[in-house]
Ligand binder design. Sequence first.
Ligand code: FES
Ligand code: FE2
Length: 439
Amino acid sequence: MTVEAFMSRHIAEFDPPVRGDPITGERYYAKRWADAEWDKVWKKVWHIGGMAGDLIDAGDFLTHNLGKESVVMLKQNDGSVRAFFNACLHRGYRLAWTEVGGAPQLVCGYHGWRYDPDGTLAHVQDPDDFPGGNPCGKNRLTEVACEIWGGFVWYNMDKDAAPLREWLGETVHDRLSQWQMEKMTRVYAVKSDVPCNWKIVRDNFNESYHLPTLHPQISTSINDGLSDCEFAIFADVGHNMMRMPGLQPSARYPTHQVLDLQLAEALEYWELDPKEFEGNAMAARDAIAAQKRKLGAQKGYAHYEGMGDTEIVDYFHFTLWPNITFTMWPDGVQLLRSEPHPTDPERCIFDHWFMAHQIGDTGLVIGPNGATPYEAVDCETIVFGEKSLGIVADQDLSVAIGQQLGLHSQGFRGGILPNQEKRVQFFHEKLNDVCEIHD
Ligand code: FES
Ligand SMILES: [Fe+2]
């Protein structure tokens, strides 16, 4: 089956009906929604805890704070990774405080209790002073489900959760696997507390209707023309996908035949003559795709071998239920994630990471902010508004505060969505069902 036929099959098959539930403003600020989401969503889904490549020696750990909860993922003596709630069994002090760390034992900063990497309590002060005898060896930190996939450490707080593979679903798992994320390195990672509900960020990444307004600069090299994009909803698992042709100007504009500098440079890089595409910029994509197939391996793009014809030129946005967007570029992946704030439904924690394949020995990769050194980075926490969260992400978030304000208005009546925003509608209807709130 050709890639195009495969995609067409997906579009027909993955276009479930929606009911048209109103998407009222309350869900973006009310505590009852935040409480329901904590119990019915966040405690039940798979989360990315960090980069598997950061765990090398036994005792190395990752910490992920989610809402008021925190989970620590520890490298084991046998090389596997296990995850535990990040709270001391003695009197509850949080054990690990850095996103990445490591020591032979996890030591509590309050009374000095120590835990082995498998969560077993290994040392306490005055062990004979306990009514039941020495508690060491008899107590373990509370474990949560943990898996490694795509270069990430994933965890799920629900001990009865289906395995990650099942949660991803076969189609999404197989399609995402093409990009070989496990071979990538995280070269960019920023985090910020953002003044909007987490779903405002979700809605934004579940539609491309905002591109002409918020991201006009990408219209010269990414085609968001409605009939050229593909959308799919994987109803059984709640995830969705969009594909936009890359290396092609937007079909929305009459000027689309003009070859811009970025596209001309891409043609030259792939040993094509830009002059031949003057007045016919739409043809650049297919020509470059053919060159990538021919020259990819020798130019350092070994990963193209496992990828489909559209994947090596286009942009795919996979949004995993409920809150992870992977924007797949031919040579890298953006993670765009919003998580609940510990106490305020009108704030969220936003993450923007970029993982990339190494291209030859250039030492640089092209990321969301242009040329970026190819080296693993820790996540930088920044104050919203004081520093960039990435050029395009800044544009996306520039409307967040205004939308949060507008959604409080009595005049907002629950949204009027075009068909192309069906993924937004589907997301909220799934949320209504999962949270069991239908008023
Ligand atoms: S709370 Fe951890 S040792 Fe006391
Ligand atoms: Fe955007």
